[in-house]
Design a protein. Structure first.
Lengths: 809, 125
């Protein structure tokens, strides 16, 4: 009996110990999590409560000082670059390890390892797009072609790895504890993968949707609804710019034969409409101080931990400060004593699709130039948490990987679409940022940009010597007019990319007469640019609002630039609403109906601003959403995926052709015009407004758009912030919509000593338990900034704590 | 009673001092050994092991909450579907009690077996 009692007690004890250390489905291991010495309780401490005076770091050649200011922004003072980037890796990992690893897991198509088969489709897509393969080639390219940069990237990785090696259970970021896994070793590959991840986030294409549209609409109507240049083109490089180069020649092939296919595949997720960025620089001639001022606010997904991590990096030769991307070396958007720079996405169709014909079912040979060419295979083993591995075979052609085939998103149809993308090219984007960090003048800036391939960016520039500049930089294929707009025949050599536009021919400007340079993801050039430039997602409103303001502003101060970043004027509404109201008011009986007059009156007196407490912005947004849905309902109802005309073209159509047969709904016998759609959408809007009032209590803009800064694991809702009260919206300079917006705002005035301010929606810490996790958020929502002035090592004001990183003796 | 208090005190000190350095399964083994060495009966070992483990975990959780002034307990409570973050203190204490109590009981029962065996051996001689 005694033995049975002991055996039972032992079994229960062991079972409890084991069971409480295991994860069951979505329930984390409770024993590990609640253990107050190693579990989540240990993540309740903020960084200043855990500060260390000295840390020994292997591989350092000399001591490095890290001084944290009151906002936990580290200022790293090293004696040489290798020590600097080793320390950057260590310090970044200390505050953002989980995030940097999670992002590279996403970029590598390995999320299923962490969250299970819910991410399998996404992982397959990531791998089929060829990002991990491209990063592997990127490492080889760097090792062979730029050993100096490779050495620095490895030093950064060693810094990260030292932090991982000394990481105790108590200090493990909380996400690892909840999801029950541990960090793995960092490598140069992961840093490069992170830059590929940025390309994936920022680059889209609609080639397959356009292919479907061409069949539905025909070429003529397609041209009308999707013109190459908008009527009011306000490009990045000032219109009328004289191009000082002899362009490469390329002509349209004599006969273009596109594959005639109805494409029913579920195409990949595209960058969110309205996502983009602003940057500009004003010359000293327009500023109060006589110094140039530069501003940058990249609009991306609003996430926690924040995408950006602020830092100052200093050696005896340079001192640079701004926003870093955890996982990448150096400052990405920032300034040093001599120059400042910032980036916006240079949207351009750099992703093309080819329909591939294979000889046999085994897909070992494919047709190119009427000859059978050998294909290659890449076996992708995807680990899935709690399940057997999934094996995906990806066929590679010389165009690129086959993304869609009978095994993936084609509903078993025998199609094979290969993807060609500049992100697959070997490249060295890291070098660009390392050189910019040390740059002293315009020549250094141009030299740095020559290494940059993808994702193409509009690099704005200003220098303490008074120069302002902007260059659209990326590796752009030299295309004949129309090339790459639709799915192309992989057999036809005429459809191939042959050459690339030389860097010197990329659109750029230096000290233009108008006294400012700017970009907001719009069309980069006017029609005089000698190369074919196409994309589906060019911006049409933020750019014109920005340039309108910059052209009239004089005696500009830093505060004016901050106000411009926070500008809530809705240009789209100001251009569309008068026409919408006029057309709907033509029906006098309708206008007199109960409740309608009040709404119309409210809209008629709106100042077109989108401040948090304004109701008109909500009313207009809903009305426009239903109007757009109503006008394009025939296209929306198609079984194939298509792209809709953008809101600028829809407004043009409303204004200039309200009776056009484009407004007619084909499935009805009546002839509909714009007025019909305005009426029905107005009714839908009224219903929705009443529903929303009942549900949420008011229809104020901030309540309606519900700006949410979401944790990278969306299920971790308590680590997110929903309902942030702030203005703006998609297509507005303050482009803060529900889930996207200014992920980083920076304003820098160059001069003898640069004055700089920055902010982002989050905080320096990646730990949800830290007081520095989200301490910037309210300031960001209010349009306030943190002082980003360069600090000297001996400055001792507003220091939170300092840590000395010592070489191991 | 003496053995109960002895196990309670020694286990508490053991968890308090070595808890930061070792994971909880190792602390469970420690409580089993302490219980075995002190040799209380099943009930007192069960309760002493449970209270020492549970109370230390409970007070450590309370101490961290108060000293860090962090919002993390509230966030974690929400994530775990608990209405009140104070329930996390209790949950931590209860889990600690369960781990400690069965460890204490196991140590006591182990001693019971080995002691009887030894006694039987002596009798045979």
């Amino acid at each position: 009996m005694r033995y049975i009692g002991f055996a039972l007690s032992l079994i229960v004890t062991i079972s409890l110990g084991v069971a409480l250390s295991l994860q069951f489905g979505s329930i984390p291991s409770l024993g590990k999590l609640l253990d107050p010495y190693h579990g989540f309780w240990q993540n309740a401490f903020s960084e200043d409560q855990l500060s260390e005076e000295e840390i020994e770091i292997s591989g350092l050649s000399e001591a490095v000082t890290v001084t944290y200011d009151e906002d936990l922004i580290p200022h790293i003072y090293a004696q040489n670059e290798e020590d600097l980037y080793r320390a950057q890796g260590y310090i970044t990992a200390k505050h953002r390890l989980w995030q940097m690893e999670f992002q590279t897991m996403a970029a590598a198509g390995r999320l299923s390892e962490i969250v299970g088969d819910i991410a399998l489709d996404l992982d397959r897509m990531t791998r089929r797009k060829g990002l991990p393969h491209a990063a592997e080639q990127g490492v080889e390219f760097l090792e062979v072609n730029d050993p100096e940069t490779f050495r620095l990237v490895r030093a950064y990785a060693a810094g990260v790895n030292q932090y991982i090696a000394e990481l105790t259970d108590a200090r493990l970021p909380i996400e690892y504890k909840i999801l029950n896994y541990r960090p793995e070793e960092w490598s140069a590959y992961k840093s490069i993968l992170l830059l590929k991840y940025m390309a994936d986030m920022l680059v889209g294409d609609r080639d397959l949707e356009y292919t479907n549209l061409r069949k539905v609409l025909g070429e003529e109507l397609l041209e009308k609804l999707f013109p190459l240049f908008p009527e009011e083109n306000d490009p990045i490089i000032e219109a009328g710019k004289i191009w000082d180069f002899d362009p490469l020649q390329i002509s349209i092939p004599d006969s273009i034969k596109y594959p005639e296919e109805d494409i029913f595949i579920k195409t990949m997720i595209q960058p969110e409409p309205g996502i983009g960025s602003n940057n500009w620089a004003v010359a000293g001639s327009k500023t109060q101080s006589g110094n140039p001022i530069l501003a940058n606010d990249p609009h991306l997904g609003l996430n926690l931990p924040s995408l950006w991590y602020a830092m100052q990096l200093t050696t005896p030769n340079h001192s640079v400060k701004g926003a870093t991307l955890p996982g990448a070396l150096g400052i990405i958007s920032g300034f040093n004593e001599n120059i400042a720079w910032g980036v916006t996405n240079a949207t351009r169709d750099t992703r093309d699709w080819y329909s591939i014909q294979f000889r046999k079912e085994d897909r070992t040979e494919y047709l190119y130039n009427d000859q059978w060419i050998q294909s290659t295979f890449r076996i992708e083993e995807i680990k899935i948490k709690g399940q057997p591995d999934f094996v995906d075979t990806i066929v590679y052609t010389h165009h690129g990987p086959i993304v869609y085939d009978k095994n993936f998103r084609s509903e078993r149809k025998d199609l094979n679409f290969a993807l060609k993308w500049t992100a697959h090219l070997p490249s060295n984007e890291q070098k660009t940022f390392l050189l910019l960090n040390k740059g002293r003048n315009h020549e250094d800036y141009i030299e740095a940009l020559n290494f940059y391939t993808s994702p193409a960016q509009n690099f704005v520039f200003a220098s303490s010597s008074g120069d302002i500049a902007l260059k659209v930089q990326g590796r752009f294929p030299l295309k004949w007019k129309g090339q790459g707009k639709f799915l192309m025949d992989g057999n036809d050599p005429n459809m191939e990319w042959r050459e690339f536009i030389p860097n010197e021919h990329n659109a750029a400007t230096l000290n233009p007469e108008r006294g400012y340079v700017s970009s907001a993801n719009q069309h980069p050039v006017d029609p005089s640019y000698p190369y074919f430039v196409f994309d589906n997602s060019f911006e049409h409103y933020r750019n014109r609002r920005l340039n309108n303001r910059l052209s009239v502003l004089t005696d500009i101060r830093i505060e004016d630039m901050m106000n411009l970043q926070f500008d809530n004027f809705n240009l789209h509404a100001s251009e569309a609403l008068p026409t919408m109201l006029n057309l709907v008011q033509e029906d006098s009986a309708f206008v007199k109906l109960d409740g309608i007059a009040k709404i119309i009156n409210q809209l008629s007196t709106w100042d077109y601003h989108t401040n948090p407490n304004q109701e008109e912005a909500t009313i207009f947004d809903l009305w426009w959403m239903y109007l757009n849905r109503s006008v394009w309902q025939d296209l929306i109802g198609l079984k194939q995926e298509v792209v809709l005309p953008n809101k600028y073209q829809t407004v043009q159509l409303l204004k200039s052709e309200p009776e056009s047969n484009l407004f007619d709904i084909k499935s009805t016998t009546a002839i509909e015009t714009a007025k019909y759609h305005l009426r029905v959408s107005f009714d839908s809007m009224l219903v929705q407004i009443e529903n929303f009032k009942t549900d949420k209590g008011n229809i104020e803009w901030a309540t309606y758009k519900n700006t949410t800064i979401q944790h990278l694991v969306p299920n971790f809702k308590s680590f997110s912030h929903a309902g942030v009260s702030t203005g703006g919206g998609a297509g507005i300079l303050n482009a803060t919509s529900g889930r996207h917006g200014a992920s980083w705002r920076m304003v820098v005035e160059l001069g003898k000593e640069p004055q700089a301010f920055g902010i982002y929606p989050g905080g320096q810490s990646g730990n949800p338990g830290s007081r520095f996790y989200d301490n910037f958020l309210q300031k960001w929502a209010n349009g306030q900034y943190v002082n980003f002035k360069l600090r000297k090592k001996e400055d001792n004001q507003n220091i939170l704590f300092s840590t000395l990183l010592k070489p191991i003796s | 009673m003496i053995r109960f208090i002895a196990l309670l005190v020694f286990s508490s000190l053991f968890i308090l001092i070595l808890g930061p350095f070792f994971s909880y399964p190792i602390m469970m083994v420690g409580v089993i050994l302490l219980s075995y060495l002190i040799g209380g009966n099943g009930t007192s070992s069960f309760l002493a092991g449970g209270f020492s483990f549970g109370l230390i975990w409970f007070f450590q959780a309370v101490y961290i909450s108060l000293s860090s002034n962090s919002t993390l307990p509230t966030k974690m409570a929400e994530l775990m579907g608990l209405a009140d973050s104070n329930l996390l203190w209790i949950a931590t204490g209860v889990i600690g009690f369960i781990l400690g109590s069965f460890s204490g009981l196991t140590g006591s029962l182990l001693r019971n077996i080995l002691r009887r065996k030894r006694d039987e051996g002596v009798y045979r001689l």
